[in-house]
Design a binder for this molecule. Sequence first.
Ligand code: CTP
Length: 397
Amino acid sequence: MTKQRRIVLGVTGGVAAYKAAELTRLMVKAGWQVDVVLTEAGAQFVGPVTFQALSGRPVYTQLWSPDVSNGMAHIQLTRGADALLVAPATADLIAKAALGLADDLLSTLISARDCPLLIAPAMNRQMWENAPNLRNIAQLESDGVAILGPDAGDQACGEVGLGRMLEPEELMLHLEASFQPKPLAGRRVLLTAGPTFERIDAVRGITNSSSGKMGFAIARAAWEAGAEVTIIAGETAQVTPPGCRRIDVLSAQEMLGAVESEVDDTDIFIAVAAVADYYVLNPSEQKIKKDAHILTLELAPNPDILARVATRDKPPFCVGFAAESENLLEYAEAKRKRKHLPLLAANLVQNAIGADDNEVILLDDSGETRLPHGPKLDVARKLIAHVAQLYGKGKTK
Ligand code: CTP
């Protein structure tokens, strides 16, 4: 059983307060306990009853609340909490937090907290760019506070620019990331994901079955672990995890080109893409018309992107994937040796493609590690922990 998360959500006076209601719902849906603290201005936008109904718990609005048994809400609430998130956070709250002012329940909680503080600013673009606000943000960042966003886009005031609060779904991803250890802080991770597509003509091509789910789950897990992540993605509908750079490509040749232009200064390279083994030698510019004859396509082998990276002069720590349909361990270990990989993740093809779950066996110089069957994100987090451990050992040698 994993421990239930406890979050304190501070809601201040911005129109984005309505999104804090949805955020509360998502947190409760995730099985977390949410204590909402509403400032006086926040309550002008969304009333306490809404948050009370969504969280199923009392909502705190005042420093001097007679409902708290010892009258110490400002201390009690964050004790044992996993995080204090302020969303939306106004310029006023940000200024108070940067200065350490404590004149209402939320600002006092911030001063007296013993858990991580995350702040999701929401304000007009000019307020965001106001020099004192940017100074306050820089101060909070240097104090170790996580600043989430803001986003750019249409604003409630009709202007367009930076200052929108991140969407609730994205705030959830940041919160979940804040619970994860950071063994890859400061490391650069480059990743290939999804299938490649090799053109036959203007509308057709050869591709592999690959949803991209595993690759994107690993990208997210690497970002959660503190890494700077770049994904070289074949055609996939997967949403880019926050904090990850994404470069879209189509063919294996394009994927190789993108990897080669990004690989310098990379610490860890993880090849998850299902790269087509062959490309069509002379693809047609125009759509090929069907007739009664047999159509023969001439195919030439694609470059092995992973093997190219692994055999560079100073290769990054390279991780490969092997999807096999039989003799899993034997074939996978042979592949690991052939491609000069310190680590390879092996799985049975029929278990993986398009599914939300996966089961992999990790092979490295010290043997095999079986990761338990589970959701791809859980598998990805365990894989990243293993990568970080091996990478760390290599660095201390
Ligand atoms: N890979 C790559 N470039 C290729 C082919 C594969 O980078 N042209 C990477 C994949 O991303 C994966 C690993 O190499 O990490 C898979 O190895 P591969 O030899 O392609 O496996 P299979 O295609 O399963 O090989 P085989 O057909 O020999 O079983």
